[in-house]
Design a protein around this ligand. Structure first.
Ligand code: PGA
Length: 257
């Protein structure tokens, strides 16, 4: 596992309109032009309306930066007003999708069952889900974190049988840390990442764990605190929200990883 590339997932959420998204993508591309990042994978998740153009900007820059969607619907094309099918994502070259972000669980009342259907529909198109799991502050105080996280993973993957081309990224993102400026200790994050990896080691083949699974951490990551997390080898990468909205700050994070 030591040679696995690290991963950075930038989630722009609903922060940026189309024009600003293009500016930011261009600024990131310009800032990384002379920088080689062999052992690092970057996925940038703008809003649906900017996916295609942001993708074009990175393709033109020849940087190996992928785009990801922030959500997906579980049905094939049909009469589902406002939704986006994984087939449409695939068509525009989007190979990653965030599923079950805590903001969607909270504001849109997404349930584990809905998340499970979204995972299945994404995998069917060979789009890699970035499955978000994590606890609330109350759940952490109650001491139910480990049980809860494994429960979220089990529910999300219920009935899923991975074929050789299908992969998954688990993003451990405690919702009381997201966007608050607080962080968990790197040691505690590493412990949770180990717990998640152990669950997969116990239930999936070693080949799957080695080649098709990554476990990352997200929650108020910035250029100042990233270094202490990078030291924890077991963490495969980072989800970055607020700090990915400014090119300089995001590039600093990339360089630190
Ligand atoms: P944040 O968001 O970095 O702003 O805390 C992280 C996320 O939601 O992935």
């Amino acid at each position: 596992m030591a040679n696995k590339p690290k991963l950075i997932v930038a989630n722009w959420k609903m922060n940026l309109g189309h024009e600003i998204s293009k500016f930011l993508a261009n600024d990131i591309a310009a800032g990384l032009l002379d920088y080689s990042f062999n052992n690092l994978k970057i996925i940038i998740c703008p809003s649906f309306i900017s996916l295609q153009e942001v993708n074009e900007i990175f393709k033109k820059s020849k940087l190996d930066i992928n785009i990801g969607a922030q959500d997906v619907f579980w049905e094939a094309p049909g009469a589902y007003t406002g939704e986006i099918s994984p087939i449409f994502l695939k068509e525009i070259g989007c190979h990653y999708v965030i599923i079950g972000h805590s903001e969607r669980r909270f504001y849109l009342h997404e349930t584990n069952n809905m998340i499970n259907q979204k995972i299945k529909s994404a995998l069917a198109e060979e789009i890699t889900p970035i499955l978000c799991v994590g606890e609330t502050q109350e759940e952490r105080k109650e001491g139910t974190v480990d049980h809860l996280i494994i429960g979220q993973i089990k529910d999300a993957l219920e009935g899923v049988v991975f074929s050789p081309n299908q992969k998954i990224i688990i993003a451990y993102e405690p919702n009381w840390i997201i966007g608050t400026g607080q962080t968990l200790s790197p040691e505690e994050v590493a412990r949770i990442v180990r717990l998640i990896k152990k669950y997969f080691t116990d239930h999936y083949s070693s080949e799957f764990v080695e080649n098709s699974l990554m476990v990352i951490y997200g929650g108020s990551i910035n250029s100042r605190n990233i270094k202490s997390f990078v030291q924890q080898e077991v963490i495969d990468g980072f989800g970055v929200g607020g700090a990915s909205l400014k090119a300089d700050e995001f590039i600093k994070i990339i360089k630190s990883v």
